[in-house]
Structure formats: structure tokens, C-alpha cells
Design a protein around this ligand. Structure first.
Ligand SMILES: *Cc1c(COP(=O)(O)O)cnc(C)c1O
Length: 392
């Protein structure tokens, strides 16, 4: 067998505009930070970088929670971390499901041997708090879990009522903030959220690989009072927290350069300011929607329930889903997402996340889409760019 190292070329993915459901475009500053020398995970210089990363994360989550750290792994690792630490076999757990990520939560809850109380809503709709109230009558759930920004459908879930229901029923309120964090207002302490997880590759605009999580005192108390050990050794927060806390006890080697990248991405967010960042996401979203509607296409989600960072556009009659996405990628270097599950072939998911939420991208996408649809013989109205332009 012949093996020649010269057959492998340098990594050269070319340039893309990432307007899918994640990863999103990463700023050069973050990539540069990640190329700094790798040092030891107990080196005092690295320890201070860890502390700063935690402070920046608390600012982003708007919380005083001591346990606010990036879990080593992508958003799904954060999801699993929350459930394995807060749930024991036999516990009742309410999961709200209106898309792919609620479904994933159910899978994890079932694997843990907990009693799943599933509350459904149609994909593309929000969860109705009354159906949650109805589902937990006479029950005492340990956790009530919901996705804040359902990336599979583009729906924004209001949290106030669900937070109250959790408090009234004595359940911990667990929220998936993978797509919402750094794109819309997220305020853990004000919103009464006991535990939350996110991911670095959506609105934080850092490559995938870390999952910021935060547990409040009630969540830590529940962890301390467990009758059985956490089933995952790697994700056991009672051990991981002592590495991130004062003890600095070795648990697993931190992904050093990923943390450099996250720290830089968080620093960029702090420099922009949360209010300005949320306003930027909203403005570019409004312009995109205006352009889409100007073209004669429609959005899946009704106005008022839409996510600013993930736009589900209904695929017009006569358009070939796959061919359109291929042309976007090959001819224009742009990535968008297709529909998942029930929505496969029915919607395109257009991300305007973090660094990618820019006027430039809105216009690039609208002009590319219009060109491609016309070439496929799809009837599009003129004036998409003017419609988008009028929003700015
Ligand atoms: C992307 C996403 C996840 C999963 O994150 P990964 O980084 O792909 O593991 C979970 N929840 C939501 C809402 C997401 O958008």
C-alpha cells in the first residue's frame, strides 16, 4: 500500500458567507485570538483568561450566577449537561416541543430514565402556556424545559408565563438559549431562569466547540441534593465547577485555544453593547423580511413571533429547494439552511446571526436569490432591494 503525505493539500475551504442556522461568520479577530500559542490549562496566564471569560459570560447572560462557564462541546453538550445534572431516574420532566430541539431534549430525558411530560405545539407556532398548565395538573415536575429560539422553525418563545408556571409548580426552569444568546435580550436573573445553555457558533460568532451554561443557586442546590451520581462523568458539574472555581482541581484539559476564541468573541460583543447588538439584529431582520415580501415570497412564522436571527422563508411554487441552495453555495459562496423534519422542502432557513447580521449580507442574499429564482423560471416581483433599502 502506498502512502504519500504529499497527496494531502493544505486546508483551504475558500470564503463563504454563512447565512444558515449556524455556524455563522466568524470575525478575523476571533480567528487571530485562536492562533495564539497554546499554554497549559493550569498556567496562571490561562487561569486569568478563564476568569475573564466567566465575567464576560455573566455579562452576556445578565446574571450573577457563580457557575457560568463554557462546557467543552457544542450546544448539544450544553443541553445534555443541564439534563444529566438536574434530572435523576424517575423524576418528572416537562419538555415543550415545537421543533427539532425540543424533540432532542425529549430523547435525552428518555435516556435518563426520567418520566417525560411532553407538551406539543405545531412546528412554526409558540408553546401555549395553558397547555403546559393542563399537562402538569396534579404532578410535581423537577424541571420545565423550553427552547427560547427554535432554530428549526424561526419561532421566538415568550418566557414570562412559562417561568411563572415553573415557579408555581416548584420546577427548575431550564431554557435552551443556543440561538437567542447574543442576538436578542436574554436576562437570566430577571427572567427567573434557573439553568440555561447556549452554543458558540450562532449569535456569538465563534466557531463551534463550546457551550456556555449557567446554573443559579436553586440549580446548584438540586445538584448537591442528588440521591444518585450524575451519569456522565465528563459533564458532571459538581466536578467541572471545581476546575472553573477557586479549587482549580484538574478534571479534563480545557480546550485552550477555543477559549481564547470565545473570550475574543465576547469582548467584541461587550464593545458593541448588548442593546446595540440586539437592535442591529432586529434592523437587518426587518430589512430581509421586507425584501422577501417585496419579492412576493412569504415568511413561515407570523409577525411578532419571528426570530430576528433565523428567518424561515416559504419556498415558492416552482422553485427547486436543493438547486436553489446549491446555486447559492456554488455561484455566490453563500450558505443557507433547508427545512428540517416536517418543514423539509417547505422552507429555507436564512440566518442573520452575530457577525453575519449585516446590511451587506441582506442585499447579497436578496439579489442572489432573485437571480437564481428568475433563472429557474419562478415568478418574482421586482423591487426586493428597494423594499429592503426602505427599512434602513
Ligand atoms: C444549534 C442548536 C442546538 C445544538 O447545538 P450544536 O452546536 O449543533 O450541538 C441546540 N438548540 C438550538 C436551539 C440550536 O439552534
Amino acid at each position: 500500500m502506498s502512502f504519500n503525505a504529499n497527496n494531502f493539500r493544505d486546508v483551504d475551504p475558500g470564503e463563504r458567507v454563512l447565512m444558515g442556522p449556524g455556524p455563522s461568520d466568524v470575525s478575523v479577530r476571533v480567528l487571530q485570538a485562536m492562533s495564539a500559542p497554546c499554554i497549559g490549562h493550569l498556567d496562571p496566564v490561562f487561569l486569568s483568561i478563564m476568569d475573564e471569560t466567566q465575567r464576560l459570560l455573566r455579562f452576556l447572560f445578565q446574571t450573577e450566577n457563580a457557575l457560568t462557564i463554557p462546557v467543552s462541546g457544542t450546544g448539544s453538550a450544553g443541553m445534555e449537561t443541564c439534563f444529566v445534572n438536574l434530572v435523576e431516574p424517575g423524576d418528572e420532566v416537562v419538555v415543550c416541543v415545537n421543533g427539532v430541539f425540543g424533540t432532542r431534549m425529549c430523547d435525552i430525558v428518555n435516556r435518563l430514565g426520567a418520566k417525560l411530560i411532553k407538551v406539543d405545539a405545531d412546528w412554526g407556532k409558540t408553546i401555549d402556556p395553558d397547555t403546559v398548565r393542563e399537562a402538569i395538573k396534579g404532578k410535581s415536575p423537577k424541571v420545565l424545559a423550553v427552547v427560547h429560539a427554535e432554530t428549526s422553525t424561526g419561532v421566538l418563545q415568550p418566557l414570562e408565563d412559562l417561568s411563572s408556571i415553573a415557579k408555581e409548580s416548584g420546577a427548575l426552569f431550564l431554557v435552551d438559549m443556543v440561538t437567542s444568546l447574543a442576538g436578542i435580550e436574554v436576562s437570566l436573573d430577571k427572567m427567573g431562569i434557573d439553568a440555561a445553555y447556549s452554543g458558540t457558533q450562532k449569535c456569538i460568532s465563534c466557531p463551534p466547540g463550546l457551550s456556555p451554561i449557567s446554573f443559579n443557586a436553586a440549580a446548584m442546590e438540586s445538584l448537591k441534593n442528588r440521591k444518585s451520581p450524575v451519569v456522565s462523568w465528563y459533564l458532571d458539574m459538581s466536578m467541572v465547577s471545581s476546575y472553573w472555581g477557586a479549587d482549580r482541581k484538574y478534571h479534563h484539559t480545557a480546550p485552550i485555544n477555543m477559549i481564547y476564541g470565545l473570550r475574543e468573541a465576547l469582548r467584541i460583543i461587550a464593545e458593541e453593547g448588548l442593546e446595540d447588538r440586539f437592535a442591529r439584529h432586529m434592523l437587518n431582520h426587518r430589512a430581509l423580511v421586507s425584501g422577501i415580501e417585496g419579492m412576493g415570497l412569504s415568511m413561515l412564522v407570523p409577525e411578532g413571533e419571528r426570530l430576528p436571527m433565523l428567518n424561515a422563508v416559504q419556498i415558492p411554487e416552482g422553485a427547486d429547494d436543493l438547486k436553489v441552495r446549491k446555486a447559492l453555495l456554488n455561484d455566490f459562496g453563500m450558505e443557507i439552511g433547508g427545512g428540517l423534519g416536517d418543514l423539509a422542502g417547505k422552507v429555507w432557513r436564512v440566518g442573520l446571526m452575530g457577525h453575519a447580521s449585516r446590511r451587506r449580507n441582506v442585499f447579497l442574499f436578496l439579489s442572489a436569490l432573485e437571480t437564481i429564482l428568475k433563472a429557474q423560471g419562478v415568478n418574482v416581483q421586482p423591487g426586493a432591494l428597494e423594499a429592503a433599502s426602505s427599512v434602513y
